[in-house]
Design a protein around this ligand. Structure first.
Ligand SMILES: Cc1cc2nc3c(=O)[nH]c(=O)nc-3n(C[C@H](O)[C@H](O)[C@H](O)COP(=O)(O)O)c2cc1C
Length: 267
């Protein structure tokens, strides 16, 4: 009798476990497309925030469509990738940085001596955005990513048309500690980036995230961002990832091409 009741109890436990795992896995499968859609919308929102175009009362997809022109560029040459070279993986609608970086064709290793953002691999191409007002490009939005303390931080840096001044920064994905490294999401800290200079007069990347506070009296203050309190390692990670992506091994060739092109347009 007792034996039977133990077996019956286990049977019931097993049935409950099976039902629960069925519910959880069905929910995961059914919610997958909604999660993907939410991630896509979150990226759009972050691009608009970086571009200073986000208004919570407005339809973000409409604002994105009106002002933002996406394009895929080859990182080594800075050239635009024509649409006839898009494929299932490499296209504007489904551009997944991690998937492309890990792909043997679309990704490549980064030599350790230049891998300051600790990425190991990267896509050969990146999806960047022109921010347009009345048909004229006013800003560029450059996706940036690199290691913090606990996680890889993914974000967007907005660069003014002068290709020197930073117009904004946002991070749409990271796993840093809330209240410490997670303060990269704090609008007050993000505000500090606006108007800072990314490059010095010789064209070298000069923007720095400090350990501690910038001295507003210093000549260098226009290139300096206060570090996050209690989060020196995340701050250093952000410093490195921005320096990597703005440098010669990141968007350098693309920015060089734009500089030449926009200079010619002014003549
Ligand atoms: C639970 C815990 C979480 C932490 N999270 C972060 C973090 O997200 N980013 C970071 O840079 N430091 C984080 N730290 C602190 C680092 O270990 C390190 O002490 C800190 O980066 C040094 O910064 P400070 O010189 O500004 O104090 C964390 C520490 C603890 C104990």
């Amino acid at each position: 009798m007792q034996k039977n009741s133990i077996a019956a109890a286990f049977r019931i436990i097993l049935i409950i476990c099976l039902i629960c795992s069925f519910i959880v896995s069905s929910a995961t499968v059914m919610l997958y497309s909604r999660q993907q859609e939410n991630q896509r919308l979150d990226k759009i929102k972050n691009i608009l925030i970086a571009a200073d175009l986000y208004d919570e009362d407005e339809n973000i997809e409409a604002a994105f469509k009106e002002h933002i022109e996406p394009l895929i560029i080859a990182l080594d040459t800075g050239e635009r990738l024509p649409e006839d070279q898009f494929d299932d993986m490499l296209n504007i609608d489904h551009f997944d940085i991690q998937m492309l970086a890990n792909d043997p064709v679309h990704g490549e290793d980064i030599a350790p001596q230049i891998d300051i953002a600790k990425l190991k691999r990267r896509p050969r191409y990146m999806l960047v955005y022109f921010v347009k007002t009345q048909g004229r490009t006013e800003k560029l939005i450059l996706p940036v990513y690199g290691k913090g303390l606990w996680s890889t931080l993914y974000g967007y840096l907005a660069l003014n048309r002068d290709l020197k001044t930073i117009d904004g920064i946002t991070f749409y994905q990271h796993g840093e500690t809330p209240g410490l490294g997670g303060e990269v999401d704090n609008p007050k800290w993000q505000q500090l980036w606006k108007g800072k200079l990314a490059f010095d007069d010789s064209g070298k990347v000069a923007i720095q995230v400090l350990r501690g506070l910038a001295d507003p009296e210093s000549d260098k203050a226009r290139y300096q961002i206060d570090g996050l309190a209690g989060a020196t390692l995340t701050s250093r990670g952000v410093d490195k990832l921005i320096n990597y992506w703005l440098g010669e091994n990141g968007y350098g060739p693309f920015l060089g091409r734009l500089r030449e092109q926009w200079l010619m347009d002014r003549r």
